[in-house]
Design a protein around this ligand. Structure first.
Ligand SMILES: NC(=O)c1ccc[n+]([C@@H]2O[C@H](COP(=O)([O-])OP(=O)(O)OC[C@H]3O[C@@H](n4cnc5c(N)ncnc54)[C@H](OP(=O)(O)O)[C@@H]3O)[C@@H](O)[C@H]2O)c1
Ligand SMILES: *[C@@H]1O[C@H](CO)[C@@H](O)[C@H](O)[C@H]1NC(C)=O
Ligand SMILES: *[C@@H]1O[C@H](CO)[C@@H](O)[C@H](O)[C@H]1NC(C)=O
Ligand SMILES: *[C@@H]1O[C@H](CO)[C@@H](O)[C@H](O)[C@H]1NC(C)=O
Length: 244
């Protein structure tokens, strides 16, 4: 009986919660209408495709990346597609001051923020295998630390709108081309991939996997990890944790 209440019951609760969370609501494009959305790394690739989908759904978009020329084109296309508004601010996420100021400026341009989509990445040469570890620092700054800075800067606005943060990690077209011959797999179509991300974001899904194989979501979804997380988190006193 002790075993039942200690382990089986929580597992049942998690499974049921997971089932209800994932099965309840259906995506409607109107969910994004008039929403104020930031997309980083939006001068090309998946970022650009997400901006286009958002534009078609009538959202306000603010995009960033380093290439001003690329962003200009994305903004004009977004306006053609029906964006409520479209702005760009160019800069590098190597500069964390830029990252912080970008969020503030984008918020001012759109009059708030409902969704922060973090998608930019720097490409990482494997030089650290040759004693070139400063590459790791730079990669961590662009691919991780800037995500933290952007999120912290966006938090006051997201709290006000009950908004959300979306983090992308994929092996889409560009990655496939860059590693062509090294990593053997077919690239996922980025337009379709971008749409699945937007849908998942609108429905506030905890995780979205895009792959033809059902094994991907099964293995990456990792139910064992979720159960462990659930059990481990019950042991924390969160009030104390946060106040300390
Ligand atoms: N490419 C890979 O090797 C790889 C591997 C694993 C996962 N992914 C995932 O794929 C997603 C996007 O992939 P993708 O195929 O769409 O990549 P992509 O086409 O290379 O796009 C990357 C975007 O990030 C921007 N960017 C690069 N360096 C930047 C910097 N220092 N500061 C600000 N912006 C910068 C790029 O624009 P600018 O060049 O104009 O700045 C571009 O808009 C990422 O979220 C990543 O997690 C990619
Ligand atoms: C970083 O960005 C800020 C804000 O855009 C800018 O004022 C500053 O000059 C940048 N720093 C560098 C080293 O480029
Ligand atoms: C790695 O690089 C540093 C600085 O360039 C050097 O001092 C060190 O000897 C190198 N280590 C190896 C194992 O090559
Ligand atoms: C904010 O969003 C969450 C998740 O969708 C929902 O449960 C909650 O009721 C919302 N709160 C407000 C104030 O709208």
């Amino acid at each position: 009986m002790a075993f039942m209440t200690k382990y089986l019951l929580p597992i049942l609760v998690v499974s049921l919660a997971y089932y209800y969370y994932s099965a309840n609501e259906e995506f409607r494009p109107e969910m994004l209408q008039g929403k104020k959305v930031i997309v980083t790394g939006a001068s090309k690739g998946i970022g650009r495709e997400m901006a286009y989908h958002l534009a078609k759904m009538g959202a306000h978009v603010a995009v960033t990346a380093r290439s001003e020329e690329g962003l200009q084109k994305v903004v004009s296309r977004c306006l053609e597609l029906g964006a409520a508004s479209a702005h760009y601010i160019a800069g590098t996420m190597e500069n964390l001051t830029f990252a912080e100021q970008f969020v503030t400026k984008a918020g001012e341009l759109m009059g708030g923020l409902d969704m922060l989509i973090l998608n930019h990445i720097t490409n990482t040469p494997l030089g650290f295998f040759h004693n070139n570890t400063h590459i790791v620092r730079k990669t961590m700054e662009v691919n991780f630390l800037s995500y933290v800075v952007l999120s912290v800067a966006a938090l006051p606005m997201l709290k006000q709108s009950n908004g959300s943060i979306v983090v992308i990690s994929s092996l889409a077209e560009t990655a496939m081309r860059a590693t062509s011959g090294v990593f053997i797999a077919e690239a996922a179509p980025k337009e379709d991939c971008a749409l699945e991300i937007i849908k998942g974001a609108a429905l506030r899904k905890e995780e979205v996997y895009y792959d033809k194989s059902i094994w991907t979501s099964l293995l990456l979804g990792n139910p064992g990890r979720r159960i462990m997380e659930f059990l481990a988190l019950r042991k924390y006193n969160f009030d104390k944790f946060i106040n300390n």
